[in-house]
Design a protein around this ligand. Structure first.
Ligand SMILES: C[C@H](O)CC(=O)C(=O)O
Ligand SMILES: [Mn+2]
Length: 342
């Protein structure tokens, strides 16, 4: 691995967005504010606040949140001393109008997320966001499903719409460091030098930190982490672990390690409804290349229909399901349980 000493990395905190998945989007406003305030105080530069599936995600398909996105944003934004708040937006789930509402609540950035082969769905949203001066990020999800050359084509599209940062998003926690290196290096070579590159890792195969380090070595300078790893599946790369590792490597994050450690232990771990760890279901997400937020859907279907979550997730991987197809888990479980009872 190349020497990354002296590099600067911008960490983006995910516990208040990706971390909404494992708590079924049920965070209270007080919990959000407490975690955001602690992260802000620790020097975390960016914090994402949204339903787990982005603004507008609160629905039957994805799960209703305890509060609206705008209530969360209105509670958090005014409390920030230095951190900037972003929202996630998946075109189709959120619209340009939803984005305008979030802007009225004071967001400084938006990350427009599409499946890794569907960047064209983001044109309208990225173009609008970039014009308004928001920090505009393109977020290519399930990046393992696109070979480096194809991911580059999609990243170029997002860049051409106005994205100033493009992410390689390992939604399934499937990638190994070589795969991250190949994708980020190819993007670095093809995109404008001023376009920043980001990496968002899930820890389903235990590779979240190693993959983030590989991303930085290959040219990424924006890295996502979540306090205590609170995120979908086995969670995101843990912010406090990233800070500790980057400190050891001489990479600057501007974040106080002890403060993020305290925030993780004292505020985030107590919010967990289950330990966020590599377990028999979350490991299968990474192994089979399945969207991390499918985890709770598969476990619910196991309880309801008696079909092991592992079998459902393996089949989702085989069928190449993508985000938005959560209902197929229930459909499959029902079909298999009916077949078994005939
Ligand atoms: C909507 C997803 O949760 C976005 C994300 O964090 C990912 O794809 O990973
Ligand atoms: Mn994620």
């Amino acid at each position: 691995m190349s020497n990354i000493k002296g590099r600067k990395v911008t960490l983006h905190e995910m516990s208040l967005r990706d971390g909404m998945h494992p708590v079924r989007h049920q965070m209270s406003l007080d919990q959000m504010v407490a975690v955001a305030t602690a992260a802000d105080d620790a020097g975390v530069p960016w914090i994402e606040v949204s339903h787990g599936d982005g603004i507008g995600g609160s629905s039957v398909n994805y799960g209703f949140a305890a509060h609206s996105d705008m209530d969360y944003l209105r509670a958090v934004v005014p409390q920030m001393k230095q951190a900037r708040i972003s929202a996630l937006l998946l075109p189709g789930i959120g619209t340009v109008d939803t984005l305008k509402e979030a802007m009225d609540c004071g967001i400084s950035g938006v990350r427009v997320a599409t499946h890794c082969t569907e960047a064209d769905c983001a044109e309208q949203h990225i173009t609008y966001a970039a014009k308004t001066g928001l920090d505009t990020v393109g977020f290519l999800m399930m990046a393992h499903r696109a070979e480096p050359a194809q991911l580059v084509e999609q990243a170029l599209l997002m860049e051409s719409y106005g994205a100033r940062t493009v992410y390689c998003t390992d939604s399934a926690g499937y990638l190994l460091p070589d795969g991250v290196t190949a994708r980020i290096s190819a993007m670095r070579e093809a995109l404008q030098p001023e376009t920043e590159l980001g990496f968002h890792g899930h820890h389903n195969l235990g590779m979240g930190i190693a993959n983030s380090v590989a991303a930085v070595a290959a040219g990424a300078n924006r890295i996502d982490g979540a306090l205590a790893g609170l995120g979908a599946g086995a969670g995101n790369a843990a912010t406090e672990q990233l800070v500790a590792v980057f400190n050891r490597m001489g990479v600057e994050t501007g974040i106080d390690l002890f403060k993020v450690l305290d925030a993780a232990e004292d505020l985030v771990v107590p919010m967990m409804e289950r330990p966020i760890r590599v377990d028999r279901s979350s490991l299968i997400l990474g192994y089979a290349g399945v969207y991390s937020s499918f985890l709770l859907f598969a476990e619910r279907a196991e309880k309801r229909y008696g079909i092991p979550a592992r079998d459902l997730l393996l089949e989702m991987g085989k069928r190449g399901m993508v985000g938005g197809q959560e209902d197929m888990i229930e459909d499959l479980a029902l079909t298999w349980s009916r077949a078994a009872s005939q």
